[in-house]
Write a protein that binds this ligand. Sequence first.
Ligand code: ISL
Length: 590
Amino acid sequence: MSHDPKTASADIAADDTPAWWTGAVVYQIYPRSFQDSDGDGVGDLRGVLRRIDHLVELGVDVVWFSPIYRSPQDDNGYDISDYRDVDPLFGTLADLDEVIVALHERGIRVVMDLVVNHTSDEHPWFAESRSSRDSPRRDWYWWRPAREGMAAGAPGAEPTNWASAFSGPAWELDEATGEYYLHLFSRKQPDLNWENPDVRAAVYDMMRWWLDRGVDGFRMDVINLISKVVGADGSLADGVVVDGRFGDSRLQTVNGPRLHEFLQEMHREVFEGRREALLLVGETPGATVEDGRLFTDPSRRELDMVFTFEHVHIDHGPGGRFDLRPLDLRELKATMARWQHGLFDAGWNALYWENHDQPRSVSRFGDDSAYRRESATMLATVLHLHRGTPYVYQGEELGMTNAHLRELSDYRDIESLRFAAEARAHGRLTDEQLVEALGSGSRDNSRTPVQWDATASAGFTTGTPWIGVNPNHVTVNAEVERADPASVFHHYRRLIALRHDDPVVRLGDFALVAPDHPRVYAFTRSGEGPTLFVAGNFSGDPQNIEVDGVDPAYAELVIGNYDDRPPVASGVMTLRPWEAVVLRAAPHHP
Ligand code: ISL
């Protein structure tokens, strides 16, 4: 694993040309819910082929596929049993090749999800690892005996007190060999031991295989969990106990001591010489701005950008995602601004409101009934005018809302099901409260089928969909959206085109305006070209905002979500309910 510094900088920043992805917009496909082609109720790759025109019309530059690898589907594909094959649920490798060619022909790059913090327990590596204590692959995963002085299997005998992200302990006893294995997620997702160089070599080999197959990058699942704090004697430490039984494992598992070393090694082993054409985005829950810089400063040769979680945790109450509170807009602005400034001179931001783990943004931060169109377009405008690479999650461009699932039995996500089972077992929530908590916080909110049209299954499938179609598909769907020039869909098209055309959107400096305004999110973008002024009203009431720097009376309305521009009097602009505007200063205004 040698590294020649003379060639190191050749493939990035060879000149000052900004990387291609600074002007790109990424679209996330969650294949299981995008488009079914064979009537089994689950979306698939041939379904994607049918909808490529939708992506082309939208104007996106990249498609990121959530996992389509062979998988027992315990966590909808984030539990992989074969990294080099497509799950029959989604099609075949040949189908994938067709999809890649079809997207490339339209100038759209393809990014694969890469889940290498853990595998499925049905991956041959794990089968071998668990087969005996002497297995050559034993050390590929985290095996530990019961806590000292305790019998394996006794309550509390787990090697550490860490909790799994999906409730219960992060350790599972394997009866056959009498040891526990670590799983930070479900028990069917054992954590790989990145301390072992053979594990790393196998992962890098698989990644090269995918690049050679023609993919253009990776979205790296929980990549900042791959390095754990491990003592010289191999020990793992308990976390501080937070809720009686379990300790907080974050100090031991998040942004661990060898993380940056591993990422730099991955870069040398996999990306050296071809980095420029690729998109490398890490999912990094728990990363601070300082971490974000370490990951994305190009001179460090790690990643291009990372997904921060700070802004999507602001409305979490003590109970986390199942305990959402109203958004504090001031906090949201301050958080976003910190990342904008922190990664301005070195590094880059990934911008998102939604993905397959987050509730729908129009339901969460907007008004998904009376002002659905207005609030969805306002949220889009604010996000897409930041500096960074915006991510559009399937259906977000249609203004899709939370799922409206009514019964506990309607839920499919392992996280929601485990949460519900535990809350019931401990009598913590009534069924009514549970339906309410899941209704706003469940990951299933964003996993219902894409609403293509008003027919029975929204055009998603001819069969029975694996999860209920949102009943509002009769009015909220792509066909209706496409027919209306003022729709959420056409608004997204304009925002994407604007990023492609305006270097200030792409690279300009960012400055908040009226950071303390509780209901208006306003900022300027300035750089090589006329300054842009952006404002979004995060409420259903009219809001006033002072407009300094850009005189709106002389400014061009670049994009808005009402028919005309908002009224301005004596330097005060009055935004209408959920209104968003992007104004461009006249050339004589700097
Ligand atoms: O959504 C979460 C739980 O409330 C997050 O903690 C989530 O589990 C975390 O963002 C990691 O997400 C990724 O890895 C998980 C998988 O379940 C998610 O779908 C994936 O995006 C395990 O692979």
